[in-house]
Design a protein around this ligand. Structure first.
Ligand code: HEM
Length: 508
């Protein structure tokens, strides 16, 4: 009997709480919430599209209730600026779900840390040390190695007589390049040998990533409805086991690096070496070092591969743009060498192609949610302490009020008017803005531009046989990061002398 009354009691509590919030605060408008679940069942799976639709009805700032948690979504340039610049510090906390709280040991890393002394310290380590221009440049050979390895692997597959006329799954090559890049950058490890075989540590690494995703997903259902949580208990044991497994692998890699440093003298440039050498200076706990290393893996791997996949889809749909980018590459690089990063400054069109892809298809269209650490006003509405705030950067970047023909893929727009995409121009925010702006933005831009440049210089890309460019499915998969719903398939045709398709391997 008591169990049967539970939903009723919680409905009453919810209604009372909701009415209290409504009367006490001037909350942004939005769809009417239901007791207990709020708007959870009205939200369509591709959330940023759903929120953009709601913004058309209710305005550029809306309230969406995830159970009893208020989520505020802003969808235009002015409000994005107000939230990320003027109210930056009040909105700089993070909402940690039960699983992200477990994974990050209650925010001892960077991504899930609330704003405060720990956050400021760790952010400083990232800005001054991990992502300094000097370290970015020192790690360039790794990026160029991986991008050329990707080209070699595509060349092998598309020139294999067995594959004649067949399309390739583009994501497979982009994903491998992004994976090798980030594991080498962070851990100084290429888990995959030149034959494409993954070693034992790499397999363990992949299994840990997959298990983390599984554990996270297992809780999602009850995350926002506290009274349902007893039905989905946090699997303490499974999380503890996962954490221990992750720590064991990371510790063994850290030890290898410490030994190598002791033997060889000088420190290497990988993030793991940087963090271990700086541990005392910045007073970093082992949990923080491990957390930071895994932050880089989670934040830096899929985002870059996804961005390039969307860009390639747009280039196949828009052969004019593809050809124009190739003409620029031929003029600047020619047919006797391959692209390197210092060429970027002479390739404004290529850079614009990358930017245009990140405008139309930001891989994290709602960024990562921020949380208010005090009562704050945005757009004249109240945002009570503890609310989540999302900036719909996807909607902002398609707003006809600030973009001419926003749905057109037209890189030329940036040659006509320079638009900064690292948080200074609030029309274009693929990396966010303000204090929590993506610290890996420049690295991400370099990787995306380099991958795109190589793919376009080395190959001409066409849709699979039987498919016209217009038929490429440009819809998104639901999720925090936005994969293409139908992974892109395409037919590459080599366009440079065969000697230029060799991997430029470096040992670092
Ligand atoms: C195209 C590639 C990338 C895109 C579009 C992207 C986008 C973003 C966005 C939107 C955020 C959230 C900002 C906010 O909360 O306000 C973020 C945070 C973050 N990104 Fe990136 N990112 C990319 C690549 C990378 C790379 C390569 C790394 C590192 C190797 C990285 C590391 C991080 C970290 C650590 C955070 C958390 C920052 C914080 O909470 O203070 N990202 N990124």
């Amino acid at each position: 009997m008591a169990l049967l009354l539970l939903p009723f009691t919680f409905s009453l509590i919810f209604i009372a709480y909701y009415l209290y919030q409504k009367l006490r605060f001037n909350l942004p408008p939005g769809p009417r919430p239901w007791p207990i679940v709020g708007n959870l069942y009205d939200i369509k799976p591709v959330r940023f599209r759903c929120f953009a639709e709601w913004a058309e009805t209710y305005g550029p700032i809306i309230s969406v209730w995830f159970g009893s948690t208020l989520n505020v979504v802003v969808s235009n340039t002015e409000l994005a600026k107000e939230a990320l610049k003027e109210k930056d510090q009040q909105l700089a906390d993070r909402h940690r779900s039960r699983s992200s709280a477990k994974f990050s040991r209650d925010g001892q890393d960077l991504i899930w840390a609330d704003y405060g002394p720990h956050y400021v310290k760790v952010r400083k380590v990232c800005t001054l040390e991990l992502f300094s221009p000097k370290r970015l440049e020192a790690l360039r050979p790794i990026r160029e190695d991986e991008v050329t390895a990707m080209v070699e692997s595509i060349f092998k597959d598309c020139t294999n007589p067995d594959n004649e006329g067949k399309s390739l799954l583009v994501k497979k090559y982009l994903g491998a390049a992004a994976f090798n890049n980030i594991t080498r950058l962070a851990f100084g490890k290429r888990f995959v040998n030149s034959e494409g075989l993954m070693d034992e540590q790499g397999q363990e690494f992949k299994a840990i990533v997959a298990n983390g995703l599984k554990l996270g997903a297992s809780l999602a259902m009850a995350e926002h409805i506290p009274w349902l949580r007893w039905l989905f208990p946090l699997e303490e044991e499974a999380f503890a086991k996962h954490g221990a497994r992750r720590d064991k692998l990371t510790r063994s890699i850290m030890e290898e690096h410490t030994l190598a440093r002791q033997k060889g003298g000088g420190a290497k440039q990988h993030f793991v070496d940087a963090l271990l050498t700086l541990q005392q200076q910045y007073d970093l706990s082992e949990d923080t070092i491990i957390g930071l290393l895994w932050d880089m893996i989670t934040a830096g791997m899929d985002t870059t591969a996804i961005s390039v996949e969307w860009a390639m889809a747009e280039l196949i749909k828009n052969p004019r743009v593809q050809q124009k980018a190739q003409e620029e590459l031929d003029r600047v690089i020619g047919y006797e060498r391959v692209l390197i990063e210092p060429d970027f400054s002479n390739l404004p069109y290529l850079q614009s192609v990358a930017k245009e892809a990140l405008r139309l298809h930001p891989p994290t269209p709602l960024m990562l949610p921020h949380r208010s650490n005090s009562h704050v006003k945005v757009g004249g509405y109240d945002i009570p302490k503890g609310s989540n705030v999302h900036v719909n950067v996807w909607a902002v970047a398609r707003d006809p009020a600030v973009w001419k023909n926003p749905l057109e893929f037209r890189p030329e727009r940036y040659l006509e008017e320079d638009v900064n995409m690292k948080g200074h121009d609030f029309r274009l925010l693929p990396f966010g803005a303000g204090g929590r702006v993506c610290p890996g933005a420049q690295l991400g831009i370099n990787l995306v531009t380099s991958m795109l440049g190589h793919l376009l210089h080395h190959f001409t890309w066409a849709p699979p046989n039987g498919l016209s460019p217009e038929e490429i499915d440009m819809s998104e998969n639901p999720g925090l990061v936005t994969y293409m719903r139908t992974p892109l398939e395409a037919i590459p045709t080599p366009r440079l002398p065969a000697v230029l398709y060799k991997r430029v391997a470096v040992d670092m």
